[in-house]
Design a protein around this ligand. Sequence first.
Ligand code: AMP
Ligand code: ZN
Length: 488
Amino acid sequence: MQLKIYNSLTAEKEIFKPILEGNVGMYVCGPTVYSNVHLGNVRTFLSFDFIYRSLMHLGYKVRYVRNITDAGHLTDDGNVENDRFVKQTRLEKLEPMEIVQKYTVDFHKVLDMFNLLPPNIEPTATGHIVEQIELTQKLIEKGFAYESNGSVYFDVLEYNRRGLNYGELSKRNIEELFANTRDLDGQGEKKNPQDFALWKKASPAHIMRWNSPWGEGFPGWHLECTAMSTKYLGEKFDIHGGGMDLKFPHHECEIAQGKACNDIAPVNYWMHANMLTMNSQRMSKSTGNYILPMQLVTGENDFFEKPFHPTIVRFCFLQAHYRSVLDISNDAMIASEKGFIRLMEAVKVLNAVTPNDEKQSGFNFEEWKTKCYDALTDDFNSPILIAHLFEAVKFIFALNDDKETISAKDLEDLKTTLRAFIFDVLGLQAVEENNNEKLDQTLQVLIELRNQARKSKNFDLSDQIRDKLLAEGIELKDGRDGTSYVLN
Ligand code: AMP
Ligand code: ZN
């Protein structure tokens, strides 16, 4: 089985060869935590959660790093006065780090709600100022950057003069870029309009500021991702992901910084997730065309006719390939809900099926399993995988109606494989059972008892509670915010 990944850098599907066999280093650009994430943001993070789960399911040991952008994210016009954090600080009358905390907590809650696994490392930009200053110094020493009026800029022309290729990811031609750019920020400070900030001088009004060899300022957004990915994954790593809109300039700049600093292209496979649209327009806070995840889940919105469980939203997202645009609509959600209910019903029905080793089954389990893995390894094709799951669903209902048979071995294999795809890889959750209040209360009591056992170092008892629940199909998961459970 060979995994193929579409690489935005080469614009081709390539056979995936990790740097270190069996291991994957993956970096995904995280959120800018100055306001609530909208459903569009969730789609991108969910796409990479599915990719992360798939890689692990395929047997890779993954180090997944997703950062938190909590400093220095300018608006598109690049004007220091329009720093998103500074604006929000004024609006909400809060300290910058209160804004950061408030929206980081919100981000984690939202992703938990959609059953996203936490990354292995979640570094923050503010926690890596020293690394960013060091990288800036290195770029100055190597002649790729220059100081100007307390700010430091990356010299794009110098980069190209040395035979490096700014624009290789976004397939932009540097001459055209120069012709089309208006220099709104740092006018007179930059040698060329395409030069981008590695370090910005802080104006007196700018509250988030740090000391540096160039005076008080704050780091550039592009540099933070280079600093954190290099620190935790090395100068060259396997996969870098993010939304399509980050290709240029953000990821283009990351490539330039990496190459200039370390004389090596920083990433082997660039992966870009496509956008979520609503009313056929990209979901975005700035245009007002957006919905918050909670509004969809509670039904408090004017767009959808009813509330939808987060796992239905997850299912809907995964019914589109991560590289396709997905237009969210009431009809799409209703259709996903119907499909999801049928899928879950099949899982239940399968548990009650009696095998029959005498009769020949019309379902070729091995062939079906191969097709599922072919879809998964073909650039993580979730819609095709789901279509194959529904072939199994059709067969399961035929079994239930005594129109089909299955051998004991195939039955066990089908149960295991189907559950693995639905719960581990797609990350779906059984809705009905999760809504069962009594069960939830009982499990909370058991979790509390297990916590007490652990506190008093009675690990025999705490392990017994965990193992016995697992034997009943209830998996306890210890996370940042305590213990949760998953019903399998
Ligand atoms: P931001 O916090 O603005 O940096 O965005 C966080 C992530 O969400 C980035 O990877 C963006 O590419 C992604 N994103 C923003 N808008 C959308 C959208 N409408 N659909 C999918 N992803 C999006
Ligand atoms: Zn980034």
